[in-house]
Every structure is written in C-alpha cells, then in structure tokens.
Ligand binder design. Structure first.
Ligand code: AR6
Length: 170
C-alpha cells in the first residue's frame, strides 16, 4: 500500500478518484467542493441532483466529467460540534465509505482533501489523526488479493500538510 501527503489543488490530480468534501444535499458549495464543481463542469451538479443527497458519514460516486480523474467521490464529513456528537466515527465513515466505493468501481488510486477541516470546523490536528488511522486500518483489512490502493492526502495549506507528514512518519 502507498500512503502519501502532498500540497496541491486536488482538482489537478490525475488519480482514479478525487474525493470532495460535500454537504448532505450534494448541492455544491465553497472550499474544495466549489473547486471540484468548477473544474468538473455543470454536469457534475446534474449528477449530484440525480443522486439526491448523502447522509453524513457516507459518500456517493459520480463520473469526473471535466476532471482528469475518472470519478468524483462526494464524501460528507460531520460539522464539528465539540467532539461529543459522534464526529470521529462520522469522519471515519466518510473515509471508509469512499475507499469502498473506489474498490467497487475497480479503481486503484484516490486523493482525499482534509474532510471537515474547513467550513465544517473540525480541528485539523484531530481530523488528520482520524483520517490516517482510518485509511491505514482499511488498507490493512483489505490487503491482497484485492489489490493495493494508492492513497494521497491532498492539502491546500502547509500547516495541514505538516500535520499529515507527522502522522504518516514511521
Ligand atoms: N484542493 C485541496 N484542498 C482544498 C482545496 C483544493 N482545491 N480547496 C480547499 N481545500 P472545506 P468541509 C481544503 O471547507 O470543512 C463546502 O461548501 C481546505 O483548505 O472545503 O468539509 C461543502 O459543499 C480544507 O483543508 O470542507 C460543504 O457544505 C479542506 O479542503 C462544506 O463546505 C476542507 O475544507 C464542507 O466543509
């Protein structure tokens, strides 16, 4: 398995699936979701409308349309409410469900943004621990013969990147 953190605009990555931090209505929005919708084009919002919505802690998959990525996985993380409202489990669910959708589609590479750490207010230092532990455990649980996945944590700012690098260090 391959796990890495990079600093980039996730819309530029040529991976099988780009994950966006969506809202439960799959209505598009700001942040990474706004960037993904702008880069993919209006057909992405049409595809989201056809799906209708997605509960917090889950994800939905659509084509990538104008993106280099073949698919967009719309993952809905929790809004931070202080940590006592099941936020870690919901955040972990968003990562696990995204990986399951990638495998079901037959994909091998995926890039995640730091889900919930923007508008949704999840403290980045806590979210990064959940993200890395969840993805690591999932990759171990689904090791060969199902095939290895290539996972990129794509950060927009250097502070978040440093948190991932610390968490990924052996
Ligand atoms: N590439 C990679 N990361 C990015 C990019 C980009 N182009 N743009 C922003 N980020 P946020 P959330 C980072 O707010 O907290 C939307 O309106 C950003 O710096 O996008 O889950 C949705 O529709 C931060 O580290 O997502 C929802 O309504 C991270 O992506 C709501 O916001 C996540 O920040 C979801 O809020």
């Amino acid at each position: 398995m391959a796990l890495r953190a990079i600093r980039a605009d996730i819309t530029t990555l040529a991976v099988d699936a780009v994950v966006t931090a969506a809202n439960a209505g799959l209505r598009g929005g700001g942040g990474v979701d706004g960037a993904v919708h702008r880069a993919a084009g209006p057909a992405l919002l049409e595809a989201c409308r056809a799906i209708g919505g997605c509960p917090t802690g889950e994800a939905r998959i659509t084509p990538g349309f104008g993106l280099a990525a073949r698919w967009v996985i719309h993952a809905v993380g929790p809004v931070w409410q202080g940590g006592g409202a099941g936020e870690p489990d919901l955040l972990a669910g968003a990562y696990r469900h995204s990986l399951a959708l990638l495998r079901d589609a037959g994909g091998h590479s995926i890039a995640f943004p730091a889900i919930s750490t923007g508008v949704y207010g999840y403290p980045p230092e806590r979210a990064v621990v959940v993200a890395v532990a969840t993805v690591r455990a999932d990759l171990v649980a689904h090791a060969a013969p199902l095939g290895d996945l290539d996972v990129t944590f794509c950060c927009f700012d250097p502070t978040t990147l440093a948190l991932y690098q610390k968490e990924l260090a052996p």
